[in-house]
Design a protein around this ligand. Sequence first.
Ligand SMILES: *[C@@H]1O[C@H](CO)[C@@H](O)[C@H](O)[C@H]1NC(C)=O
Length: 691
Amino acid sequence: MKFLKLAGLAVVALLGQQVEGASTFSPARPPAAPLAVRSPYLNVWLNGRTDGGPSGYLAGQWPRFWTQQVQGWQGYVTVDGKSFNWMGAAPGAPNVDQVSLEYTSTKTTFVMNVDGKVQMSIKFMSPVYYNDLRRQSVTSSYLEVLVKSLDGRSHSVQVYCDVSAEWASGDRNAVVQWETNSKDGIRYHKFYRQNQQPFTEASEVASWGHWYWATGDKVRGLSYQIGADTDVRAQFLSKGSLTGDIDKNFRAVGVRWPVFAFSRDLGAVGSSWTSTLFTIGYTQDEAILFQGKDDTPMHVPSLWKQWFNEDELVTFFYNDYDYASHNCNRLDIRIADDSKAAGGQDYLTITSLAVRQVFGALAFTNTQQQPLVFLKEISSNSDIQTVDVIFPAFPIMLYLNPDLIKWTLDPLLENGRWHYPKNWAQHDLGTFPVAPGHPKGDDEAMPLEECGNMVIMMLAHAQRKHNNQYRSDNWDMLQKWAQYLIDDSKIPANQLSTDDFAGHLANQTNLAIKGIIALEAMSQIADLTGHKDQKEKYTKIAHEYLDFWSVHGINSQANPKHTVLQYDNPSTYGLLYNIYPDKVLGLNFIPQSVYDMQSDFYQSIQNEYGVILDTRGTLTKLDWEMFAAAVAKPETRNMFISKIASWIGRTTTWRAYTDLYDTKTGGYANGIEFTARPVLGGVFSLLALKQ
Ligand SMILES: *[C@@H]1O[C@H](CO)[C@@H](O)[C@H](O)[C@H]1NC(C)=O
């Protein structure tokens, strides 16, 4: 519907006046638009601009890896002999006019007007298969380019698209090797670092694995070429087709920049759409180096190896496009319907931008029987399996597939049980993709935070899966962490919370309540796993601590009343986002009066773009705002949602969807550019509450 309407608008605009740099954005102009975002190493975005030019336009700037490095991806189109640029920043042709950008949960679609003669629809689709591990494990993404006549006449059209060797290494001096092949009707260029270095990265890009850039071979008018960027692009711009030459001089990424190109002569294009499909992806036999129970680290295989040989992947993924489209539409519609029902169109603006980003931080590995999902803490420090990054993301896992929680926590449980020396829960397992854990206990300690998170997430998983086995199997770990919660959650020691950029603080009210709720959760776990004697103990302590917390954690003299950031410090306050687990777990433990109090208080302290994280500054965390919103009164919930949706369209942040911003300026806070982090799974907080 939307698409037809926009297409119609373009025609009107064309007949009326020239559409100059006047794209529409639906549902909003994203800070950065996801292009190919499926894993930590396939994570390419159209960033916003910082040079004063308008953001959200595909033509004229390079797609970038989440780090900001260019990943050369160039598109040209030639119509009746005149060439235009539709993607990338290579010289040689003027930009097409962009009519619209639309994003959904799985797709970013641009509509272009080319010289008033043809319309292009450029669809980037990164599927999310939350319950189909076979398909989710294939780390590839689609680009479909559709062309049709705009003015009733037929036009001669040639479409060109290349990727550069920049995709294969973050090191511009790394030598890349390549070949071209045709198999089962698919033409593909394969390229990779000559010097494969498993489990290492250069500037966050994997230094091992093979890249595949593919298109249909049995289509009319296909030509291809591999060579230096300027040669290959000039060849297309002057001749409208490629030579078929394959440059044999394997060389460094940055030496006469090798590009891998396809072009298609579509012949005379009339009023019906003509489509060209491209796919881009990579394969790695081994994905993660993980220290499990055994003495030596495990080379954990990529999960696709359970079903495919490497040389089958490119054709499987390419030929799966119809299924993928159908599936992506279904997920887009499901998230749209559910989001609109729970929080209106503004809520959909917030949720749909987060979906690819969350899954783009996950690596699906190991075996069908025992999948392991590894998470990269993208942009903050690339830790692997950070518990307090999984926790903010866990609402989307609860909503789509609670087993994602188990597959993500399993490596932490196994490594922690055998190797971690502390009596609290480990913070992370190392730096992606290497997960040795911290056998010396030298991780970034967030003891109360992580103990609370583990208990809460394990109960949430078991409740939704109606499965007690998980809790029984890990009772020993749970009990150890519960003891830590008993020791520390009443009067929390001077320590970090997940918001570590704010520094250490003793007696954090919001941290204490997480621990106290987790103790109440332990009472349920004890009950369900046949430890009846422990059930009473945990709930008694939880209630006793809650009474203490209510005295020291709430400023009852203030008008309106509110919780404080730090016990007995009346002038402080912040988001009390850690009461959300009480609702998600259905504990009915926190009195409704606390929810109502905070709800009214947030109304009274709102800034232009939201509510501050706490009184140490004007910044906030988007994920925690949405935790707070999910358990607030309807008018407060709507306040958060409308402010955040408006922020998305207006923010001056310009890299992938940040979770940390300033509530007054809407820009980055304190110079910290959190980017593409999976924590934005937390915006599914409302939908995770629905059972
Ligand atoms: C933490 O709060 C408790 C209870 O009010 C108090 O006794 C203690 O002094 C506080 N600790 C710090 C470091 O403020």
